[in-house]
Design a protein around this ligand. Structure first.
Ligand code: PXP
Length: 243
């Protein structure tokens, strides 16, 4: 069991709100600084090819101003690779953006995209970035991640988060099995997507998981309670599940 379960706060949807009007408010950098003050262990941001969330300028400002490790989510493209190599964030998480890059579960098709991913994983690793692959909780994808030399995988918790009835236990079991299998392969295990106060505990309790990345729910909850309170409550829920 990794003792401290890290919380990466994804600030993309602060940028989504700002972008709805243009201008500068609300500023995702301010959210990143507030997340740090609230006890986040890292900041996660997805520079999408269409820039619908954060922008290049947001990334420039964050790299220069935040003290927490930055986890840059990025598509496996030449453009994103060049940006990541220029900024050298602490971590780079490769995510699918196009349908053809996804598995049926919505994660990156690490198995099917081996030839595209191999040089990108190598170049990011050589630049000192901790590379992770956002994948479905499937043995085939974990095997592919290990073969690619990615030290970290992030298990896609979307199917678990959206499940109802008996499917919840089924999806949770897939996450547990994948976490055990991936850790045995030597991979560091992260998880994320769709996590909330109500569904985070069983995932946080999986002992092999070292980090959760959570965004949309926290930013939404911040409308009602403030970002600081939302992050502190999530942190407490994770710690209680782990304890
Ligand atoms: N992890 C990855 C790789 C993501 O792409 C995202 C955003 O979809 C998240 C975690 C956070 O998901 P959410 O915003 O649903 O909490």
């Amino acid at each position: 069991m990794t003792s401290h379960l890290r919380l990466g706060v994804n600030i993309d949807h602060v940028a989504t709100i700002r972008n709805a009007r243009g201008g500068e408010h609300p500023d995702p950098l301010r959210a990143a600084l507030a997340a740090a003050a609230a006890g986040a262990d890292g900041i996660t941001a997805h520079l999408r090819e269409d820039r619908r969330h954060i922008t290049d300028d947001d990334l420039d400002r964050m790299i220069g101003s935040i003290s927490l490790p930055l986890n840059l989510e990025m598509a496996a493209t030449d453009e994103m690779l060049a940006i990541a190599l220029r900024h050298r964030p602490h971590a780079a998480c490769i995510v699918p953006e196009r349908r053809a890059e996804r598995t049926t579960e919505g994660g990156l098709d690490a198995a099917g995209q081996h030839n595209v991913l191999a040089p990108i994983v190598t170049r990011l690793r050589d630049a000192g970035c901790r590379v992770s692959l956002f994948i479905a909780p499937e043995a085939r994808q974990l095997d592919a991640a290990a073969q690619l030399g990615a030290p970290v995988v992030e298990l896609h918790t979307g199917p678990y988060s959206h499940a109802e009835g008996d499917a919840i236990a089924f999806e949770l079991d897939r996450l547990r099995t994948a976490a055990t299998y991936g850790a045995a392969l030597g991979l560091e295990i992260h998880a994320g997507h769709g996590l909330t106060f109500d569904n985070v505990a069983p995932v946080a309790a999986i002992p092999e998981i070292a980090e959760l990345n959570i965004g949309h729910f926290l930013i939404g909850e911040a409308v009602f309670t403030g970002l600081d309170a939302a992050i502190r409550r999530m942190r407490a829920a994770m710690d209680a599940a782990r304890g």
